[in-house]
Design a protein around this ligand. Structure first.
Ligand code: CA
Length: 227
């Protein structure tokens, strides 16, 4: 089946150009012309990827991205930024975008990015693999964590939380995401349980827990694992 791409772009010539280019490559394409329409399509539709322009009438691309992630949607997003929006790229990635392409971009560059993001998603995480970050090695199959060969003792919940982070490297996970993934949607718990467990992981895994390198807090949203 053709992979479906939602193009969110308010300039008709760019939107049409993108649609044509992507359809030639075999993608099924839908266009949304403003942020509000885009968000509702993202939340109801089943797209494989979203190309999201930042400057949109009404709700801008940042807000669309943040709202989609806050509502639990994890469809890969590539942001379309204008030249000189360096800060915007960083903010975009922190809000949960997967990649960005700077305008004006070539068709070849855009297709390469799209394919790379789709491949990353389809490959998915290694379920029983060995993961490494910094000096830390995590053996998922054996439930073992070590640094320089020395075992680090984690509680079952700490291990489960770490595993969720490893499965979503580089992605912002909201507190709700983490509560749902680790403790289950039905558990009656406060956000505090997540903060406590993340702090425990930082104390055990980070060289300097006060200035974490891997378990990065995203203010007001959640955490991102940069391993
Ligand atoms: Ca625009």
């Amino acid at each position: 089946m053709n992979e479906r791409i939602l193009v969110v772009e308010d300039e008709p010539t760019i939107a049409t150009g993108l649609r044509d280019d992507l359809e030639i490559e075999g993608f099924a394409v839908e266009v949304a012309e403003d942020g509000t329409a885009a968000l509702s399509r993202i939340l109801e539709g089943k797209f494989d990827l979203i190309l999201l322009d930042l400057m949109l009438p009404g709700m801008d691309g940042f807000t669309v991205c943040r709202e989609a992630r806050l509502k639990g949607d994890r469809t890969p997003i590539i942001m379309l930024t204008a030249k000189g929006q360096e800060v915007d790229k960083v903010v975009g990635l922190e809000l949960g975008a997967d990649d960005y392409v700077t305008k004006p971009f070539s068709r070849r560059e855009l297709l390469a990015r799209i394919k790379a993001v789709l491949r990353r998603v389809q490959d998915g995480p290694e379920p029983c693999g060995i993961h490494r970050f910094g000096d830390v090695t995590v053996d998922i199959g054996r439930c073992e964590v070590s640094r320089w060969g020395e075992k680090i003792a984690l509680t079952a919940m700490e291990f489960k939380l770490l595993r969720v982070f490893l499965e979503h490297r580089g992605r912002v996970l909201t507190i709700d995401d983490l509560l749902g993934e680790v403790w289950g949607r039905d558990a009656v718990l406060t956000d505090r349980v997540v903060y406590t467990h993340v702090n425990n992981l930082r104390n055990k895994l980070e060289e300097n827990p006060q200035k974490p390198r891997f378990l990065i807090g995203i203010r007001g949203i959640g955490y991102r694992f940069d391993g």
